[in-house]
Write a protein of this length. Structure first.
Length: 198
């Protein structure tokens, strides 16, 4: 039951985009089409999940025992950059159309605050997140998977709404980013309501 609560909280209550406002650049930039949003969501899911697992292992097994936790941020960035390179090479090899659709946003996953934020939250700030000083490996993994599923779900839902809005006449001053930010705000208010469930 604890893992279900962690996953639900990560996906809906503490959604990385709509509550913590991490990763807004690719969220706004890639969400114009469902196909590119789904691809970005899957790429971010892979990177967040595996980089958080490895970052947690390095933090708890290497950095803390050797009292070098001040190297945590640079360590996490190196792990994240490695996984982004793997994802980029995979997408480039197997789908050049998705690779060109994602464009500059794919390498920007390395500096995506969502990815780094989850790694820092599950290791350095774990006492606030899990109400314990040392969360278990599976708690961290479930949280990372939940956060990444929440990111993918929200970016896909946002892209579907934006595609539907293209069929309706919108005043010129509201087209593009202004109406997108209003929709994101409405989505954030809806997701904020999930906090009352837990």
């Amino acid at each position: 039951m604890e893992y279900i609560a962690i996953a639900f909280g990560a996906i809906f209550v503490n959604n990385v985009v709509l509550k913590q406002f991490y990763g807004l650049c690719p969220f706004l930039g890639v969400s114009t089409k469902k196909s590119s949003a789904l691809s970005m969501g899957m790429a971010v899911t892979f990177v967040i999940t595996f980089s958080t697992m490895i970052a947690y292992a390095l933090y708890s097994q290497v950095l803390v025992p050797n009292d070098i936790t001040y190297l945590s941020t640079i360590t996490f960035i190196l792990v994240i950059a490695s996984f982004v390179q793997l994802v980029e090479m995979f997408i480039k090899k197997f789908s050049s159309s998705i690779y060109s659709a994602l464009g500059v946003y794919l390498p920007l996953i390395t500096t995506n605050c969502a990815v780094l934020g989850v790694a820092i939250d599950t290791t350095v700030n774990s006492s606030k997140l899990f109400n314990t000083t040392t969360p278990g490996f599976w708690q961290v993994t479930v949280y990372a998977v939940g956060i990444s599923i929440g990111y993918a779900f929200v970016i896909f839902l946002f892209s579907a709404i934006r595609e539907e809005m293209d069929a309706y006449p919108i005043k010129r001053n509201w087209q593009g980013i202004p109406i997108a930010l209003i929709v994101a705000f409405i989505m954030a208010m809806i997701f904020y309501g999930f906090g009352g469930i837990v």
